[in-house]
Write a protein of this length. Structure first.
Length: 174
């Protein structure tokens, strides 16, 4: 016995065939017909409901949540906007990121060594002054590594106390 035979036997025992014949009578008598005007009204009202729901979700508070960036280029542009870079400066940084073949160009905002003008293309080398200006703006709070100040032996990365005798001697000579 197949599943189709089981369904027919189930329908006969539960009176589904009588219900189906009553439904079919309604369609045969003309009550089931839809004219084109009524169908258009139903479709337009359905579209209006979808539009209202979409507009409500678009302007709801959930839409104002911070958006996670899945695009490295969107993050790059967002960081450029946060640093108030002009479109020319962003274009220069974009060219620098392309030169370094960075898949994530936002790394330029984390790696000041990328702004080193040695070994760059001739186009970027001609703009070395602008690149150095951008580097100093983006990394203004970072101290440049100074070879004259040795690192502390116990704690790597922390400099020893700076010698102050020379500047005081210079002041005394004046």
């Amino acid at each position: 016995m197949s599943w189709c035979d089981i369904a027919v036997v189930f329908a006969e025992r539960n009176g589904v065939d009588a219900l189906a014949s009553r439904m079919a009578d309604g369609f045969r008598s003309g009550h089931g017909r839809l004219d084109s005007g009524r169908l258009a009204a139903i479709l337009l009202s359905g579209a209006a409901v979808v539009l209202v729901v979409w507009l409500l979700s678009y302007f709801s508070d959930g839409r104002r949540r911070p958006v996670a960036y899945h695009s490295p280029w969107k993050l790059f542009l967002s960081l450029g906007k946060a640093h108030r870079l002009t479109s020319r400066e962003l274009w220069l940084l974009w060219r620098l990121a392309r030169w370094h073949e960075l898949e994530d160009p936002a790394r330029l905002f984390l790696e000041p060594e990328r702004f080193d003008c040695r070994g760059l293309s001739p186009w970027l080398t001609r703009r070395a002054a602008r690149l150095q200006s951008l580097r100093s703006r983006l990394f203004a709070g970072l101290a440049k590594p100074d070879s004259a100040v040795p690192a502390a032996s116990g704690v790597p990365g922390l400099p020893l106390a700076m010698p102050v005798a020379e500047p005081i001697a210079d002041l005394a000579r004046q």
